[in-house]
Design a binder for this molecule. Structure first.
Ligand SMILES: Nc1ncnc2c1ncn2[C@@H]1O[C@H](COP(=O)(O)OP(=O)(O)OP(=O)(O)O)[C@@H](O)[C@H]1O
Ligand SMILES: [Mg+2]
Length: 162
């Protein structure tokens, strides 16, 4: 398969939000195959273990036929190569995302010149959603049901109640 028709969408997805889902659906409409790569990312001290983040994303994206969800550790470009993907998808919510994403894409190009980055923007009512804010609100007992799929809201509530 042409590697430019297959894309990896990497992130921590701790947990997956409606913003991520919006981006995945857009990507799935553009590329033949989209692999959601859930980074172990121990440095970020995630709230959910990688297996749980993968499970939640799988449940949420079950009905999108050309999407797979996999966990990975190591470099994103290595994961993209292993998966035969020549494209990496990233999301831009606002200018605040730009600087970091621009740096990341350029560094990645030095490591793997054959991999291209494609940036997508979500529907505007998802631009303010981040996993960090969702985790914080949920941990403090706030209602996150408008920002995440129902199964994720349940997992956050279960996590809070211990
Ligand atoms: N609401 C959103 N709309 C569009 N893109 C998003 C959204 N949330 C995250 N992304 C993008 O998805 C990719 C993976 O993001 P990541 O897993 O770090 O999510 P995050 O919400 O930024 O989480 P955290 O707050 O923990 O950093 C990044 O490119 C990020 O810009
Ligand atoms: Mg982030």
């Amino acid at each position: 398969m042409n590697p430019k028709r297959s894309a990896v969408y990497p992130g921590t997805f701790d947990p997956i939000t409606n913003g991520h889902v919006d981006l995945v659906r857009r990507a799935a409409g553009i590329f033949d195959r989209v692999v959601i790569g859930i980074a172990a990312n121990p440095g970020k001290a995630p709230l959910f273990p990688m297996e749980k983040r993968v499970e939640l994303a799988r449940v949420v994206l079950e009905e999108v036929p050309n999407v797979n969800v996999l966990g990975y550790s190591g470099l994103t470009v290595d994961f993209a190569r292993e998966q035969g993907c020549g494209i990496v998808i990233r999301g831009l919510r606002a200018v605040t995302d730009f600087e970091f994403e621009f740096q990341l894409a350029n560094m990645s190009r030095h490591l793997a010149p054959e991999v291209d980055y494609v940036f997508l923007t979500p529907k505007e009512n998802f631009t303010f959603i981040s996993s960090t804010l969702v985790r914080e609100i949920a941990q403090l007992g706030g209602d996150v049901s408008r920002f995440v799929p129902p199964v994720v809201a349940l997992a956050l509530a279960a996590r809070r109640n211990g």
